[in-house]
Design a protein around this ligand. Structure first.
Ligand code: NDP
Length: 285
């Protein structure tokens, strides 16, 4: 029976650390760090995620500015808003809630955000910084949350075989690079991978981010493995992950639940990045 990794408790610890860091920041700079959140359209999940991020800002003492744009907003309008926020000295972080409506080019919009304010850590600059091991880059929130949870199990990542299923720019690819940076031997899998189960069964650490309810079954997991389930799928039975949690927990050594796992860590890491962005800005004058 696996140890359940408590993302809720860990996220609470991180948010408390940020809160105390914000108190020090306010004393030193006489202002609060500030996050601008842009939501385009009416996606119900995105609205919930944005609400959670704003609540977390309130908790940590981070000021938040919320921009809700119509589903029909044009790329030019959003680029103009991003440009204004880039030039607004009172704003430390800019978060564009993804996914954006289909008529918009997500890559172009993210690329328009100043890398110093890209608190989601998914711009070309920050992902490139991750690849090249740069210091003081803003690291992608969800992958950083995954690594933090893995480290807190107490299991040494070095030399372990880590398998990442899913290769999105916001989760799969950066988490694979982070695991590599931690000296794991990393295998990346995706929809064209042949005999996926044979590979996942070799994983000491298995990170799954594909968006398919209960896709990873117990027989695909190596006994004792650390299983990190990034998936958030809305079903008629509530939120479910990509891993068949009930069966998998009988095989894994450690496992994250959904909800209560990685999702909360993403928000906590966003708070951490916003404070870091504010500190870096003020240190750079
Ligand atoms: P995407 O939805 O962008 O892409 C899905 C990935 O899964 C692709 O790389 C795809 O492969 C792969 N995939 C799809 N089907 C299979 C399959 N049968 N076998 C192997 N690989 C497959 O990924 P995201 O990372 O953005 O999102 C994945 C999930 O994570 C979603 O449920 C999302 O809601 C959740 N999520 C949760 C977050 C959190 O904070 N917890 C943050 C971000 C996402 P290919 O590239 O070949 O198409």
């Amino acid at each position: 029976m696996a140890i359940i990794i408590d993302g809720r408790a860990t996220a609470a610890i991180i948010k408390d650390e940020v809160k105390s860091g914000v108190t020090d920041f306010v004393k030193k700079y006489n202002r609060s760090p500030a996050l601008a959140v842009i939501l385009v359209g009416e996606d119900p999940s995105s609205k919930i995620y944005v609400g959670n991020k704003i609540k977390a800002c309130e908790y940590c003492g981070i000021e938040s500015f919320s921009y809700k744009l119509e589903e029909t907003a044009t790329e030019a309008e959003i680029l103009e808003l991003i440009n204004q926020l880039n030039n607004n000295n009172a704003v430390d972080g800019i978060l564009l809630q993804l996914p954006v409506p289909r008529h918009l080019d997500e890559y172009r919009l993210i690329s328009a955000i100043s890398p110093y304010k890209d608190v989601d850590g998914i711009s070309v600059y920050n992902l490139g910084g991750l690849l090249s091991g740069g210091k003081n880059v803003l690291s992608a929130c969800t992958p950083t949350g995954c690594i933090d949870l893995i480290k807190r199990t107490g299991v040494d990542i070095k030399g372990k075989h880590a398998v990442v299923v899913g290769r999105s720019n916001i989760v799969g690819k950066p988490v694979a690079i982070m695991l590599l940076n931690e000296n794991a031997t990393v295998t990346m899998c995706h929809s064209r991978t042949v005999d996926l189960a044979n590979i996942t069964r070799q994983a000491d650490i298995l990170v799954v981010s594909i968006g398919k309810t209960n896709f990873i079954t117990a027989d695909m997991i190596k006994p004792g493995a650390i299983v990190i389930d990034v998936g958030i799928n809305r079903t008629e039975n509530g939120l479910k992950g990509d891993v068949d949690f009930e069966a998998a927990k009988e095989v894994a050594g450690f496992i994250t639940p959904v909800p209560g796992g990685v999702g909360l860590m993403t928000v906590a890491m966003l708070m951490k990045n916003t404070l870091l962005a504010a500190k870096l800005k003020d240190n750079n004058g």
